[in-house]
Write a protein that binds this ligand. Sequence first.
Ligand code: AMP
Length: 509
Amino acid sequence: MNIGRLLSETARHHADHPALRYGDVELTYRELDGRVNALAHGLRGLGIKQGERAAFIAWNRAEIIEWLFASFKLGLVVVPLNARYNADEIAYHLQDAEVSVVMHGPEFGEIVHAARAQSPSVRAVVGVGADYEALVNESRSETDPVVEVSPDDPCWLFYTSGTTGRPKGAMLTHANLLFAVVGWAADLTPLTPDDVTLHLAPLTHGAGFQAIVAVAKGCAQVIPVPASVTAAETLDLLVDHGVTNTWMVPTQVVRLVAELRERSTTGPAALPALHSIVYGGAPFHVDDLIAAIEALGPALVQLYGQGETPMTATYLRHAEHRLDDPAFVTRLASAGVARTGMEVRVVGPDDPPLPDGEPGEIVVRGPAVMKGYWRRPEETADALRSGWLHTGDVGALRDGYLFLLDRMKDLIISGGSNVYAREVEEVLLNHPAVAEVAVIGLPDRDWGERVVAVVVANGTADADGLTAFARERMAAYKRPKQYEFVTELPRSAYGKVLKRELRDSLVNI
Ligand code: AMP
């Protein structure tokens, strides 16, 4: 089935139900579907054909959801671009994906035109505002432009840096996304048209999948204006719109918890409508997670996945976010169990499954796993060995629960021993003066790599104090040999600490 039909169906059954709230704009499902159909007819009128690639770059806004569904209905392949890219990075993606048409937010006109000059495949650029509205208004039609697709046809190129090299486009098919959508509703958040979804994370990434789920289930979706909001604004949005579910990266949850504390409104009664905060995409340090459970009650649910298996590998259920039983507390350090219909293993270098508790590469198999990397047969063969997606993440399984340790590329090998940054970070975070920490490996003549902790202090932390703290709690080979203090850790738009950037900035010190 064409994933675009999810909107056609919802518009048929819940025509007058609110679909999108974006500032002063409020669209019902009938209106949203009407605009999407018009946009799709407009794109067809520009000569854009089934199978071609349609990129977009914008901070979160309502038109992204329209663009996604118009593209799906036409059988196009969407190429979401990170709003933080520079012109060269945009050009790289336009060339690599051989994009035909680009939609951009009003702030991106100049940069997109600079990138287009280097991207001969691009035949049309549509800027949100007058151009976009003209295309919609001139192409109104009663017919649904949705085309037949094969389940195996790609509909989304999810660009990811993977373990090495330049970003590659993970080809997600209609069948992959349909499975991920149904799985989201089954495992993560049961949704009905009474639900209200708030979009806080970039729709160009995992939150984009959540928007598809919300459309499929007829939920109202709130997109904040401006797209980037503080924790205080987030809390107001949650209350004012009666939000029932949202997706956040761990840093956003931590900030929300601090805001709830500040207003002395913690506990399930603080946000009675909110039943699900889906979090994932980066490690949630256990102490912070415990504080979040105390402040938010049973609303949290974790997912672990990656672009190559869109947000669908494992999950830690709502009911497992419990503090009253030590068995559950231990599992808070895990990413939970395999999602419905997915298989997860931990394997050694030649792919034999490893015994419980032993760290190795996490591999995943099932209907969510991508078709392959766009035009990269070698990397595809490498990633999809023996039918299993090799995630490049290191972890260990215990009783079916997956404990993530690190990205393989972030693994530190010091004096011949493997040091898992996450383990060292968890220990240092127990120090009262450590607010945030990232542990990395830097080249070292004696050790090969030495363990370095980059610390954001919330009090007076010094290297001697942290060294003494670590000495009591960790084996010598794991202990940081160097501490650096910073005011902020570099993070991506998706909440991940940019360890490569940290390494590059420290390597010459
Ligand atoms: P992306 O493909 O950009 O979504 O990044 C996926 C990567 O984010 C995974 O391979 C993991 O390294 C990391 N990640 C995703 N979910 C989690 C999670 N729940 N806990 C820790 N790291 C995660």
